[in-house]
Write a protein that binds this ligand. Structure first.
Ligand SMILES: Cc1cc2nc3c(=O)[nH]c(=O)nc-3n(C[C@H](O)[C@H](O)[C@H](O)COP(=O)(O)OP(=O)(O)OC[C@H]3O[C@@H](n4cnc5c(N)ncnc54)[C@H](O)[C@@H]3O)c2cc1C
Length: 452
């Protein structure tokens, strides 16, 4: 057999230096991971956080997903905790925009004022859709805030560290190995929190998972857009606007109705498109192809917008997001798998530890089967693919992170395993630290339960 016919090679065994040893190792510095690390540190743990890139935030910053939604069920705010500190800090420096309470109503005037911020309730059947509690923010502010909060919490941060292998002994995770520029490095811990979004650690440790898939998106931003002129045209010439907008969406080849949204920087908009189906968000070949296709489509829209859309005549391309927008890949098959029915029917669980809009996450949906001292948080949590599509917004991912950090603290402080931690203790501790664990079902959930 020629050297070039080989299908596999055997890697040589090698000694790997242990560069850090912590109570808790969090892998993945996205919204869920940063929150998990802060939460675990505030609960008395020595925490190390690993991130493959040079920035924190994952989809919320590198992916330029710039609206926090699913934080209210229309009657009450359903998400609160460490996320409020992010919002308050960014708002203070003018990097976050939140509609005031008095303007969270369904009216033509408020629709005109707020819909291009993406802060309306897009699940509502009311016309116009009500303005709701949601937050538009700046991606760099998100990165800075993450760094600040982690430093204040005393978390050891290791950027440029790409998780490559789980260290598992007798069914218990003991740490991870990261690939870095200077070789492989081991980071040991009593508990590991997987917040990679793609379940890299849990899958590597042998936990069961489902392979999900959904559209990927090359989010991009345009600068020097006359948003006032664009909005004026939209509302004063609705039919002509609808025609041009339909054509824009045909050219980009896949976009939601509100495909461009304002950001806290005047004249800068983010475009939540093009949406591209059929790409596996963890395949090197697929992602490489998607990077090409996304940019081609983005530039087609750019040319069209400059030539045709009022307000866009002088805009310039600010660039594609650093990370392609991946929504769903591997999903944990954990102690409990959240179903589409659970989400749609607002099913409440006795061991609920967080909620989004009006859907609830049981503690069991963060725990893998078969691997001890490992917990997950974020978009790869244990849910059916259809359920995950409806419940993976940034705020609930952060709440899962906060709950996972609390669970780690409770386990280590009491000398218990993660599986032995009572969810009621997590709920109590979360309330003590100002977070809403969703332990009290909302009126909507009670109505849905009574109707079932
Ligand atoms: C285009 C698009 C639009 C969306 N729109 C909205 C919206 O309007 N509002 C909303 O709230 N949500 C929206 N979402 C969903 C939301 O952005 C995500 O579900 C959420 O941000 C996921 O957060 P996470 O922390 O679980 O995962 P991620 O943000 O994916 O974070 C994972 C982190 O882990 C790191 N990582 C991954 N693998 C490794 C590894 N091997 N080693 C080390 N580090 C690793 C990554 O670099 C990243 O920092 C959208 C998503 C997309 C893609």
């Amino acid at each position: 057999m020629s050297e070039f016919d080989r299908k596999t090679i055997i890697e040589a065994a090698r000694e790997v230096p242990v560069v850090a040893q912590s109570d808790v190792v969090v892998v993945g510095g996205g919204a869920a991971g940063v929150t998990a690390a802060i939460s675990a540190a505030r609960n008395g743990c020595k925490v190390t956080l690993l991130e493959r890139y040079h920035h924190l935030g994952g989809m919320a910053s590198g992916g330029m997903v710039l609206v926090l939604d699913d934080m209210t069920n229309g009657r009450e705010i359903t998400v609160s905790g460490i996320i409020d500190e992010f919002i308050a800090r960014m708002e203070k420096e003018g990097s976050a925009v939140v509609p005031p309470e008095s303007e969270r109503v369904s009216s033509e005037a408020m629709w005109r004022k707020w819909s291009r911020w993406g802060v309306h309730d897009f699940h509502s059947h009311q016309k116009p859709q009500p303005i709701t509690y949601a937050v538009a923010f700046d991606p760099d502010a998100w990165k800075r805030t993450s760094l600040e909060l982690l430093r204040e919490a005393g978390v050891e941060l290791r950027l440029h560290s790409w998780f490559s292998q789980a260290i598992v002994e007798d069914g218990r995770i003991k740490g991870v190995i990261a690939q870095t520029k200077i070789g492989r490095q081991a980071i040991l811990g009593d508990i590991v929190i997987d917040t990679t979004g793609d379940l890299d650690v849990a899958a590597g440790a042998g936990a069961a998972f489902m392979q999900g898939q959904y559209i990927v998106t090359t989010v991009f931003r345009l600068v020097n857009v006359d948003t006032e002129a664009a909005e004026r045209f939209q509302f004063e010439h609705p039919q002509e606007h609808a025609r041009l907008d339909r054509e824009a969406r045909r050219i980009i080849g896949g976009a939601w109705e509100m495909w461009w949204l304002k950001t806290p920087i005047p004249g800068v908009i983010w475009c939540n498109c093009p949406h591209m189906p059929g790409y596996d968000g963890i395949s090197v070949e697929a992602l490489t192809k998607a990077e090409h296709e996304g940019r081609e489509r983005m530039m087609n829209l750019y040319d069209y917008a400059r030539a045709n859309l009022p307000g866009f005549e002088n805009c310039r391309m600010l660039g594609a997001a650093e990370q392609i927008g991946v929504r769903q890949t591997r999903l944990l098959s954990g102690e409990y798998v959240v179903t589409k029915d659970d989400v749609v029917n607002r099913r409440h669980f006795a061991d609920t530890v967080c909620r989004g809009r009006d859907y609830y996450t049981p503690y069991r949906a963060l725990l893998p089967r078969g691997v001890e001292q490992l917990i997950v948080a974020g978009r790869h949590y244990s849910a059916e693919p259809q359920a995950q599509r409806m419940s993976r917004e940034i705020p609930p991912c952060m709440m899962q992170g906060e709950a996972a950090g609390v669970a780690a603290g409770l386990a280590l402080n009491a000398g218990k395993t993660l599986r032995e931690v009572d969810a009621r203790e997590i709920q109590r501790r979360m309330r003590e630290q100002g977070a809403d664990p969703g332990d009290v079902p909302s009126a909507n959930a009670l109505i849905a339960e009574a109707a079932a």
